[in-house]
Write a protein that binds this ligand. Structure first.
Ligand SMILES: CC(C)(COP(=O)(O)OP(=O)(O)OC[C@H]1O[C@@H](n2cnc3c(N)ncnc32)[C@H](O)[C@@H]1OP(=O)(O)O)[C@@H](O)C(=O)NCCC(=O)NCCS
Length: 225
């Protein structure tokens, strides 16, 4: 029923997708699902039910103390796919804690978001929002790369993992990595990989990532724009 906002029990019937989470409503508009979170109406980069349906009970790669999960990342925190309006919620500022981001305008951000949106089942950028401030305080990206090899398989790459300075040490980096590692498996990747600095090798090993014998990470850089 286009244009109708779904709440409560009715939500479960929208395209057979999952439950409603705290502060979240969904609306089907023009055949597409929109996420309405804390009053913001927006279309997520990927289907949010993928996050809710991950098995955090049966498939424990790491442990949490206290227990947290994508459905419950902590008090006043919300884990969800990146939305277009996250430009206004400090997403680019957060990425600035990872590397140089440049002076990205809203138009440039919108254009890049559209490019990603138009590659379905490929960009799984996942963020954590502090719902008290409305700011994005954590983010990590899973990119699914489609292959012809291995019977037309796909691999997953983890990129751009960052937690805001003020929120570090609260297991959020661990939760983002754990979530995207499980999500990669869920969306059909036969392997996952990432590149990282020496100082975070220990962090990634916790999730089962290993340096493989005889494999090297090589890189050639061009002049930045
Ligand atoms: C790396 C980063 C994402 C970790 O986020 P965080 O939310 O502070 O981490 P967590 O609280 O989830 O810590 C999880 C575990 O990893 C460990 N850990 C965190 N940072 C680590 C590091 N740099 N090296 C090794 N272990 C680390 C923690 O001690 C913790 O271990 P424990 O579960 O045994 O206590 C965060 O420090 C960050 O954003 N750094 C700047 C950006 C960056 O370097 N990103 C990685 C690019 S390759």
């Amino acid at each position: 029923m286009p244009g109708k906002a779904y709440e409560g029990e009715g939500l479960d019937r929208v395209k057979g997708r999952g439950r409603k989470e705290k502060g979240e409503r969904r609306r089907e508009k023009g055949g597409e699902e929109q996420l309405i979170q804390n009053g913001h109406e927006d279309k997520p980069l990927y289907d949010p039910s993928l996050l809710r349906d991950l098995d955090f009970e049966g498939d424990k790669q790491v442990t949490y103390d206290p227990e947290i999960s994508p459905q419950n990342p902590g008090e006043n925190l919300l884990m969800r796919p990146l939305c277009r309006s996250d430009f206004d919620r400090g997403y680019m500022v957060l990425l600035g804690q990872l590397t140089k981001v440049g002076e990205v305008t809203r138009e440039e951000f919108d254009e890049r978001f559209s490019t990603m949106e138009n590659c379905p089942d490929t960009y799984y950028i996942t963020v954590i929002e502090d719902t008290t401030t409305g700011q994005i305080i954590g983010s990590a990206s899973l990119i699914k790369e489609f292959k012809f090899i291995r019977q037309c398989s796909a691999r997953g790459r983890i990129e751009d993992v960052v937690v805001d300075n003020a929120y570090r040490g609260k297991q959020l980096g661990k939760l983002l990595l754990d979530t995207l590692t499980k999500l990669g498996k869920r969306v059909g990747c036969y392997k996952m990989s990432l590149e990282c600095l020496d100082k975070v090798v220990g962090f990634y090993e916790t999730f089962g990532y290993r340096k493989e014998e005889g494999q090297n990470y090589m890189c050639r850089r061009y002049q930045p724009k």
